[in-house]
Design a protein around this ligand. Structure first.
Ligand SMILES: Cc1ncc(COP(=O)(O)O)c(C=O)c1O
Length: 446
């Protein structure tokens, strides 16, 4: 049996020797940043120091040491269409000298609304600067409109820095628990959030039955706790249960927009009441959008008009600013296209096949689960059914080793799980490069 910790120590040493500039930046940055990085999650990469990026273009990332990487992490989806795609960069550069933010709609607003409807299907839209914000705003609208207090989410969910959703499920009692890792938690979320296992219709129905659930907030597949796809027929049944119980059916497509043009819900005709997309929606410029039906728009209008004048608790000053609208307009026109998705899905299928062939040939009990352009290498012998299944099979040492091994050989995977994303800028040669490094990994572990 290979000792992973010995292999990992070797990889850490290799990184230290080959990345003196990133090591030096990490040391110097500690004087100015918590954990030496502008966002503390950036320390979650399994390298001795976080890579300092000099430039990112297409899928090529160049670090401070002048080394190049083929990027399959793509900013954990923010750069799903590649880094700085040309039409987006040009639109941002043009708008940059014509006003960044005015707290007024720019003259592009109507075209952007039309573009959002064309791509995602829903007629009515509001903007936010991040998917976390959009989800928070959606929850307020949902509770305001339905006058119900409870939110329903899935065990293992992640919808951003949204307090109500940062909860777990007690596997023995099924009760909502505060997520132990969350700092400064003071509210008892068990009062207002219910958590059920993914792919379990009976549990969902029981949670909806009291008639007090404002919204089910869900990713079409869990993507933040290992990639867990829905079982056949799950979503139509869930949607029907939500409708029967008067609960709004909200799809968070921030990651699953990788599925197909317009996202999973559109591809599978799930017909949500509300839909959230962030991260890549404007090609990685800070932006998120939430769309809803005309019927819900009427209910939202009535709720707002019935409330006293003053703060709604929804929105932020920079949301819908002129720069964001320019980027979103360019993204909807040039990035969210059939041609881009055809390229991404074809290459992703090639990558999946290549990984599966090699796993089989090496006799490893591993699985590749794919959702359109995004896939995950899972160190378990079956596609997981829910978050508990993922917990039961976790192999964090092997995951961390895989990441660092690949990074040391010029391939970046997402540091959360072993997620790979294929962009319109990814080429067959990039896929072959990843597969070649995967061959080396299998040989090293043999
Ligand atoms: C499904 C989903 N929703 C929302 C978010 C929050 O996105 P952001 O961190 O850009 O606010 C994430 C982040 O990973 C996510 O995966």
């Amino acid at each position: 049996m290979v000792d992973i910790s010995t292999l990992q120590a070797r990889e850490r040493q290799r990184f230290i020797q080959t990345h003196p500039a990133s090591m030096a930046q990490a040391a110097a940055a500690r004087q100015h940043y918590l954990f030496g990085v502008p966002l503390h999650w950036m320390r979650d990469w399994p390298s001795p120091a976080t890579l300092a990026v000099a430039c990112a273009e297409g899928v090529t990332l160049t670090c401070a040491d002048g080394l190049q990487y083929t990027d399959f992490c793509l900013g954990d989806t923010g750069a799903m269409f590649g880094h700085s795609p040309r039409p987006l960069a040009e639109a941002i550069a043009q708008q940059a000298s014509q006003g960044l933010t005015c707290m007024l709609p720019s003259t592009r607003a109507v075209a952007v609304g039309q573009g959002l409807q064309r791509v995602f299907g829903l007629p009515q839209w509001q903007m936010a600067l991040s998917a976390s914000d959009a989800n928070r705003f959606v929850l307020r609208w949902a509770r305001g409109v339905t006058r119900r207090p409870v939110l329903l989410v899935f065990d293992g969910c992640y919808h951003g820095a949204v307090d109500d959703t940062l909860v777990d499920r007690d596997p023995t009692t099924g009760r909502t628990l505060p997520r132990a890792s969350v700092l400064g938690q003071v509210h008892n979320h068990a009062e207002f959030t219910r958590v059920v296992p993914f792919n379990d219709l009976a549990a969902l129905e029981a949670a909806l039955a009291p008639g007090d659930v404002a919204a089910l907030l869900a990713e079409p597949a869990l993507t933040n706790f290992g990639l867990v796809p829905p079982v056949d027929g799950y979503w139509p049944a869930v949607r029907d249960l939500c409708r029967r119980h008067g609960t709004l059916f909200v799809m968070d497509e921030t990651h699953t927009v990788s599925t197909a043009l317009g996202g999973y819900a559109r591809e599978h005709r799930l017909d949500p009441d509300l839909l959230v997309v962030g991260k890549a929606v404007a090609g990685g410029l800070p932006c998120a959008v939430y769309g809803f039906t005309d019927d819900l728009a009427e209910r939202m209008t009535r709720a707002k008009e019935a409330a006293p004048d003053g703060h709604s608790g929804i929105g932020t000053t920079l949301a819908g600013n002129a720069l964001t609208l320019a980027a979103l307009d360019a993204a909807l026109t040039h990035l969210h296209t059939e041609a881009n998705y055809r390229h991404m899905l074809d290459l992703a299928e090639q990558l999946e096949k290549g990984l599966v062939q090699r796993i089989r040939a090496a006799g490893r009990p591993w699985t590749v689960t794919r959702l359109g352009a995004r896939m995950e290498l899972q160190f378990m012998d079956h596609t997981p059914r829910d978050a508990q299944d993922v917990r039961d099979h976790a192999q964090s040492d092997l995951e961390a080793f895989t990441h660092l091994f690949m990074l040391n050989r010029g391939v970046l995977l997402t540091p959360f799980h072993s997620m790979m994303l294929v962009s319109p800028a990814t080429t067959e040669a990039d896929v072959q490069k990843l597969l070649g490094v995967f061959d080396e990994l299998l040989a090293d572990l043999a």
